[in-house]
Design a protein around this ligand. Structure first.
Ligand SMILES: [Zn+2]
Length: 233
């Protein structure tokens, strides 16, 4: 298909997409908005997401990030990023050394912007929305006490796909560390965790049912697992 036959906005997640920033005068806004728009296009969401509200937490220097959207309307999304998402891990460590005991926020300059690190954060967060759009994955449908674990299972699936596509993403080792830290308290994690990590990391198509089933596997009390094992392989 030639460019001329496509709607103009579909080519680059451009004029049809409205992005608002808070704070509006965030110094890295211009560079970051380019990466955000690229990420939306890369994930094929240009015709899905129309309105993005980006909230930057200037007081938080780590790389915490999350996305919120309305279950029944994927056109609008709210992305929240701690300041550390916009710079390299080396810069984050330097901030921790220099600013660890000081109040206030470190000065952040346009030349400190890391295209790669912010792309990693955008792609990961937007993948959550894409999975809901395409496969109906949504944590809001699950009990509060299961959400952190389900989200971490989902994170492994997301970062595995980003890595296979050669896109900026957490490495397998980094993801694995967070996975273990988050889920190690479940009774059957020691026995099933590795297999589940590998299954998620290499999976292309999953859905809410599969994520739920993986959680049930590590959640089930030890005696229930023994019974299941006796029942046949
Ligand atoms: Zn995530």
């Amino acid at each position: 298909m030639t460019a001329a036959t496509r709607p103009l906005h579909a080519a680059h997640g451009g004029p049809g997409l409205r992005v608002r920033w808070h704070p509006p005068d965030f110094p890295l806004r211009e560079a970051a908005e380019g990466v955000l728009r690229e990420s939306i296009r890369e994930l094929g969401l240009s015709d899905v997401v129309r309105d993005v509200h980006v909230h930057v937490d200037l007081r938080n220097r780590d790389d915490h990030a999350y996305i919120e959207w309305n279950t029944h309307d994927h056109r609008a999304a709210r992305l929240s990023f701690a300041l550390g998402n916009f710079v390299t891990p080396a810069r984050r460590r330097a901030w921790a050394r220099t600013w660890g005991r000081r109040a206030g926020t470190p000065p952040v300059l346009p030349r400190q912007f890391s295209h790669k690190c912010f792309a990693e954060a955008c792609l990961h967060e937007l993948y959550h929305l894409r999975d809901d759009h395409e496969a109906g994955v949504d944590l809001a449908a699950h009990p509060e006490e299961d959400r952190e674990a389900l989200n971490e299972l989902w994170n492994v699936w997301i970062d595995g796909r980003l890595n296979r596509r050669g896109l900026p993403a957490m490495t397998r080792g980094e993801r694995h560390r967070v996975f273990v830290r988050t889920l190690t308290h479940y009774p059957r994690f020691a026995r099933r965790g590795e297999r589940i990590f590998n299954a998620l990391w290499t999976a292309d198509h999953l859905g809410p049912k599969e994520l739920r089933a993986f959680l049930a596997e590590i959640q089930s009390p030890l005696d229930a697992g023994t019974r299941a094992k006796r029942g046949g392989r």
